[in-house]
Each structure stands twice: as structure tokens, then as C-alpha cells.
Ligand binder design. Structure first.
Ligand SMILES: C[S@@+](CC[C@H](N)C(=O)[O-])C[C@H]1O[C@@H](n2cnc3c(N)ncnc32)[C@H](O)[C@@H]1O
Length: 356
């Protein structure tokens, strides 16, 4: 974590939200790393005293830190120095439903899409870079307003990297709650990363990644899309790519996305609306049920209805369809047609804008 990024973005305490203080979070301890790049240490809220760890260069700014540490301990203490043959043997012993395999499979799928172009591997059936293309299309539909940019649910950070390369003068912050994905993204950015590519079952092959183009103003932080640790109006643009149906409180996430945007800021949304109770309780789905209603169960219409009713302080400026492919194995991939929506933060809304 670069101290300059902390000073530029001035995150709020995820517990007390700063209670009006301008810059309540500061570095209280540096255990590893230098002043500009802290690898291990502690941040502390100057108002309530809450401590937040920095682990492997990633500040963890979460409201329910204890709960997250207990659930993520495997990711936090997982060894990184095992040979590929031991990695494979441990995978065989643990089997397909274990954290070991889930972590590798998730890294394989998202790592490939975000960073596959930096591996010496080809997959003609499922080329990498779909999420980067979605991000680029959205910023073409509605360019960024001045100010820092945010990529919520950034996974291993390929879309954050694309945003940072397109806006080299801006600070671009990617946030996610999956520590292994953030860690893998940071390693690749530093030029020391490698990724497992799933063949089938629990068989994975590891590949080193070439160092991507440098993006010095890029930060990958661990934060919750349902309670973003940023002051209202902190960002000129914020993306939520394929996250709305992966979070357990989608409306709360969208309200947070709008809150951290400045007036006139751009919200870039991509979603396949592929609801599942594994990620989101049905009561929280935006559409995809109650087809007898005016919206016919169409999630897009439910979303636009929330704008029309003034629940979400966003205007729809442009929409499009996009393709999102995810590689799940050497012979399998999933292909979605996603809804792309470019929205602008504003207090007012007009029924005509929603097209309903
Ligand atoms: C379907 S993946 C999409 C990742 C990436 N945006 C993409 O399009 O490739 C959803 C991501 O959201 C993250 N996520 C889920 N719930 C979250 C939350 N409450 N806060 C932050 N990230 C979350 C997951 O860890 C995962 O990386």
C-alpha cells in the first residue's frame, strides 16, 4: 500500500465512518516495507481507535473485520512457496470441494480473464480480456468525470489496470473482499505473479505472468461493496462489473456506489443478472421473480424502476449489450450477454429517461 494513495483518497473508518472528521485513518505501525510501500502494518482510526491491518501490501478496511478474518484465514496464511507438484498433491488430497480447490479454480477463471494476455498461453475458444473490454465500452458510453476512479468488486484487478492505463493522471482504486484475488493481482502488477489454469477436475497448470504496463496510480484495497470506506462524493467515476448479482445486498451496494460518486460522476454497471441464492438471498434479488408484475420479472426493468421512483440517485445515460466469457476449464467456458448501463449521479430523475 502506498502512503501517497492513503493520503490522496483519505478513506473513512468503516466502523464509525469518521463521524465528521476529515482524515481519521492513519498509519499507526509499519512492520515491513518502506515509507512509500507498506507491506505489513496497521492503520488506525483517529476517532474510534479501530485498527485495520495491512497484509501483503493490501489495506483491509472492512466494517466486520473479525468476521472477515475468521472466514478468510485460509487466504491470509496460505503458503506461497510450495512447488507446483506439492500444490497438485495437496489438491488431490483435499478434493474438489475444499478451499484449496475453490481458491485455485476462482484464480484460474478470473485470473485468466483479467491477466491472460500476459501469459504465454492461448485459448481460442475463450480468449482473455472480456472484463477489460466491458470496462472500456462503458467508459466510451459515458467518459469519466474529473477525480479519482473506483472499481468495486475488482477481483484480481485487470479492469482496474485498464482504467488506470486509460487515465494515467488519476488515482484508480480497485476494491474486493477476496484476499487471494487481490494478492494475485498485486503480484502480477509487481512482475512476480503466476496463475493456475484449470484443465479439468482438480488438475491445474501454473503459468508465470509477464509484467504488465506500469500503472503507478493504481491501488488494490480490501473493502466491502456494501459499506465503502470512502467519504460521499470522493470519486469522479465508479464501476461495478458483474458484481450486482454476486453480492448479498445488491441495493445496498448500488446505494453505496452512488454515495461515493460526486454529483455528475459516472457509474459504470455491467451485469448478467444471473441471480443465485449461493450469493444473494432471493428476497434481495432485483427482479427475476414475481413475473406477474408490470416488470414481468425483468431485472433491467426493476433496476430502471428504482431510478424512476427516486430510490437510486442515478440517471441512465446509455445502455448496451456486452459479452462476458469466463473460462472454467480447458474444455469449458461460460458465456453471458450482460447489460451495460452508463449512469450519471444526480438528484433529479425523469421517467422518460428510463425508457419504461
Ligand atoms: C463475479 S466476480 C466479478 C469480478 C470482476 N469484476 C469481473 O467482472 O471479472 C464478483 C466479485 O465481487 C467480489 N465481491 C462479492 N461480494 C463483495 C462485497 N460485498 N464487497 C466487495 N467485493 C465483493 C467477489 O470477491 C468477486 O471478486
Amino acid at each position: 500500500m502506498q502512503l501517497a494513495h492513503l493520503q490522496a483518497i483519505k478513506p473513512l473508518c468503516a466502523v464509525c465512518l469518521g463521524q465528521g472528521s476529515q482524515n481519521p485513518i492513519a498509519l499507526s505501525r509499519r512492520d515491513l516495507g518502506d515509507e512509500s510501500q507498506v507491506q505489513q502494518g496497521l492503520l488506525q482510526c483517529g476517532v474510534c481507535g479501530m485498527e485495520y491491518p495491512i497484509i501483503d501490501g493490501i489495506p483491509i478496511l472492512l466494517p466486520k473485520l473479525r468476521e472477515w478474518v475468521q472466514g478468510s484465514l485460509f487466504h491470509l496464511v496460505k503458503r506461497q512457496d510450495l512447488s507446483h507438484s506439492l500444490d497438485s498433491l495437496l489438491g488431490d488430497c483435499c478434493g474438489p470441494d475444499a478451499a484449496w480447490e475453490n481458491t485455485r479454480a476462482t484464480l484460474s477463471t478470473y485470473g485468466w480473464d483479467h491477466w491472460g494476455e500476459y501469459l504465454d498461453v492461448q485459448d481460442l475458444a475463450c480468449p482473455p480480456g472480456a472484463v477489460r473490454t466491458l470496462s472500456q465500452r462503458l467508459t466510451e458510453l459515458l467518459p469519466a468525470k474529473p477525480g479519482p476512479l473506483l472499481d468495486v468488486g475488482c477481483g484480481p484487478g485487470g479492469s482496474t489496470h485498464s482504467l488506470a492505463l486509460a487515465h494515467p493522471e488519476r488515482l484508480v482504486v480497485g476494491v474486493d473482499m477476496n484476499f487471494s484475488l487481490l494478492q494475485a493481482g498485486l503480484r502480477i502488477l509487481e512482475g512476480t505473479g503466476e496463475l493456475p489454469l484449470r484443465q479439468e477436475g482438480v488438475v491445474h497448470h501454473w503459468h508465470p505472468a509477464r509484467q504488465p504496463e506500469k500503472a503507478p496510480n493504481l491501488a488494490l484495497w480490501c473493502a466491502d461493496a456494501r459499506l465503502l470506506p470512502f467519504a460521499a462524493g470522493s470519486f469522479g467515476g465508479a464501476s461495478s462489473l458483474n458484481l450486482v448479482d454476486s453480492v448479498d445486498q445488491p441495493l445496498q451496494h448500488l446505494l453505496e456506489l452512488a454515495r461515493v460518486l460526486e454529483e455528475g460522476g459516472s457509474a459504470w454497471l455491467s451485469t448478467p443478472f444471473d441471480w443465485s441464492t449461493r450469493a444473494t438471498p432471493m428476497a434481495q434479488w432485483l427482479g427475476a421473480h414475481s413475473q406477474r408484475g408490470d416488470h414481468g420479472g425483468d431485472s433491467r426493468k426493476v433496476f430502471l424502476g428504482m431510478i424512476q421512483r427516486g430510490i437510486l440517485p442515478l440517471h441512465l445515460r446509455a445502455e448496451a449489450a456486452g459479452e462476458w466469457r469466463l473460462r472454467t476449464g480447458s474444455r469449458s467456458h461460460t458465456r453471458y450477454q450482460v447489460w451495460l448501463a452508463a449512469l450519471e449521479k444526480g438528484e433529479q430523475f425523469a421517467a422518460a429517461e428510463t425508457g419504461l
